[in-house]
Design a protein around this ligand. Structure first.
Ligand code: SF4
Length: 267
């Protein structure tokens, strides 16, 4: 069984390869998509977490198979690699050691605690890990409403600052955007310590999605990131609200409209 897999759909915009070390995730984010992917309920998925059976041996086997592959392996989509269980299991630490041993490109995406992650900083340098932090809010009360058992906003800023200072490539997953003002403030605040931004909208939560003016947000966020000379990627779901996308679509509609009039006149 391969434990390094090729994600599909929206996840592929994050990484060409991924690996999940744990089953379950106790951070309990309200917007979590993992239970739907795993065909279970949020209550079930967020209640407990356990290591995947034999995961490190299987990862090592896959790492040999992937020797020379330049694609990045992401830890992890369906559970946080630095959730509380990592304190005792140290699966992520061992997974990064495997990455270093086989010289494979790798990235981490986490909302874990700063003290735990900072312990692996030297290893991340050795493994050339790109360290990603999810950061969607500047206000910790709002963060707690949406990501109740994940780390605080301050913790995540500390991780980015220290990792950046240590020479580690840092990136932020600003997804899902829920509060546009806070999302823009996250960028203003963290930009000096962030090498790359990935921005994505909230999905599958209609009652909250409709509260956001996505056309305004995508134009604002793009203007800000360009002004700050930042490197960034706006995910397709959000990109389709952008001015450029709207203008291109308008052109296509106008062209189609003219063709229709021409065809009607010729008939
Ligand atoms: S950290 Fe990720 S996997 Fe864990 S609950 Fe939050 S969204 Fe789900």
């Amino acid at each position: 069984m391969n434990v390094v897999y090729e994600p599909r759909g929206r996840a592929r915009e994050y990484s060409e390869l991924a690996c999940n070390l744990y089953l379950g995730c106790t951070h309990g984010c309200r917007y979590c998509y993992a239970p739907a992917c795993m065909r279970t309920t949020g209550d079930e998925w967020h209640a407990k977490c356990k290591p995947r059976n034999d995961i490190l041996r299987l990862l090592d086997k896959d790492a040999r198979r992937l020797h020379g592959d330049q694609r990045f392996i992401l830890f992890s989509f369906l559970s946080d690699p630095y959730q509380p269980l990592e304190r005792t299991e140290r699966l992520t630490r061992q997974a990064l050691e495997i990455m270093a041993k086989h010289r494979l490109n790798n990235q981490v995406l986490t909302k874990g605690d700063a003290d735990l992650i900072l312990e692996d900083m030297e290893l991340m340098k050795l493994a050339r890990t790109q360290l990603g932090v999810t950061l969607c809010f500047v206000d910790d009360d709002t963060r707690r409403q949406w990501e109740p058992r994940a780390s605080t906003v301050d913790d995540r800023l500390t991780i980015l600052k220290k990792a950046h200072k240590a020479g580690i490539f840092t990136w932020v997953s600003l997804e899902p955007v829920i509060n546009p003002e806070q999302a823009l403030e996250v960028i203003r605040l963290a930009n000096p310590y962030v090498n790359f931004w990935k921005i994505g909208k909230l999905n599958h939560m209609k009652e909250h999605e409709q509260l956001v003016d996505w056309e305004k947000f995508v134009d604002d966020v793009e203007d800000l990131l360009i002004k700050l000379k930042s490197q960034f990627y706006i995910k397709k779901d959000l990109r389709r609200f952008s001015k450029q996308f709207r203008d291109e679509n308008k052109k296509v509609e106008q062209t189609d409209g003219k063709k229709l009039v021409k065809a009607a006149n010729a008939a």
